[in-house]
Structures are given as C-alpha cells and as structure tokens.
Design a protein around this ligand. Structure first.
Ligand SMILES: [Zn+2]
Length: 119
C-alpha cells in the first residue's frame, strides 16, 4: 500500500492529516497525528515493521557471480534452480538490476553467500 500523502513510499501507519484519515509512510507520519500503526501485511517482503532496512552489500554482483562460478554453475543452472530468468541473473551479476529481498534471499541460500545486510 502506498503512502497517500507523497505516494512514494510504503505506508506504515494510519494518521489524521489535516482532518483526513490517510495511510502514511514513516516520513509523512510526522505531518499528522498517529492513529494506528499498520502491521506488515505482506510478510514475504520480510521487513519487520520498518525498524531495520535490508540493503544489498556493495559489490553484490561480484559476490553472486564468484559464488556461482565457485559452485561451477552456469547462469542457466541457477535460472532453473531458482526460477529466475537468465536475463535477470545476468543483470544482478552486473549490478544493473537489484534483486528484491525475496529473490536475494533465494540467491543467498542457493549460493551460500550473504548479500543483504541491515542498514
Ligand atoms: Zn509519504
């Protein structure tokens, strides 16, 4: 659910802003009065109530490709195992695309690496 004030970030709470009851993100919450905290409705995202944010480490692409090569796996092997397109895997390895957390977790598990850290 998007923030109804800025529309840019995920809403984390319901707040009264200028008399209106809106879903707001962490930033826009400051403009209103907190009415109710929203719980993560989509546990697959894995973020725990916005306390910590998971970010990809610097050089995650190199880590992924080195780990894959270390396991003597081709991009195609990985693609079949994880059900991710070859193109996406190539993009992750060249860091032109960032995997979402769910995919990053799969890659971590499969390749035995750590590419997500808490900010
Ligand atoms: Zn906002």
């Amino acid at each position: 659910m998007d923030c109804e004030v800025c529309g840019k970030r995920e809403a984390v709470a319901i707040a009264i802003v200028d008399g209106a009851r809106l879903n707001v993100c962490e930033t826009c919450l400051k403009f209103g009065r907190l009415e109710k905290k929203l719980f993560d409705e989509n546990p697959e995202r894995g973020f725990d109530s916005g306390q910590t944010e998971l970010v990809l480490i610097d050089g995650y692409g190199r880590v992924l490709s080195a780990a894959r090569l270390g396991k003597k796996m081709t991009v195609q092997d990985l693609c079949k195992k994880l059900n991710i397109s070859e193109r996406d895997i190539e993009k992750f390895e060249s860091e032109s695309l960032k995997p979402i957390e769910k995919i990053a977790r799969k890659l971590e598990r499969e390749l035995n690496v750590k590419i997500l850290v808490e900010e």
